[in-house]
Write a new protein. Sequence first.
Length: 233
Amino acid sequence: MSRIALVDDDRNILTSVSMTLEAEGFEVETYNDGQSALDAFNKRLPDMAVLDIKMPRMDGMDLLQRLRQKTSMPVIFLTSKDDEIDEVLGLRMGADDYVKKPFSQRLLVERIRALLRRQEVISGDVGPVTEETKVLERGDLVMDPLRHSVTWKGKDVSLTVTEFLLLQALAQRPGFVKSRDQLMDVAYDDQVYVDDRTIDSHIKRLRKKMRQADGDFSAIETLYGIGYRYNEE
């Protein structure tokens, strides 16, 4: 049974969403501010966190920043209808997805399940080694899906589930272009719709993390109006 942490200062959302998730078979922990959630996470991490952005004591952005210092567990942001800047910033900081309020609880459940399925693949809770789970080496890049590890020129790079899957999809076929639609299929469940901005934000954050390991990193090329390509160096 997967444990989901739900962090929001709206008690109605905490009550209704937790009831829905529990009915779907999840174990749910609820917190009404970021600091309370962080205190609990320091003792025991959940399998996934669903965070509101605007909260007292510690908001969702600050909580995400603290979490990314020690874990790559999946994180979904709950954002207000007009918080476009917060959505993009949250993705760049390391959130895996976002859902706008007011939202369909069925949609939230599907996004949670999609992220957990990808986490299972990366953590190695699968059968025989396949093309998606074997170690991938492309020049200075080494990716081990079963250990969720990435190194570039021997330096460790910490990626979220979504970032890992996007990099893996690009690096598996160097020189070939992947459209945004193709990358959406890799990173998201078929029942979950995201727009181009979401993929672009993930790629920008992925590049930033790779450049922290190597300031000259340029293996991911943008083909404007088409998509992205991995160039083996």
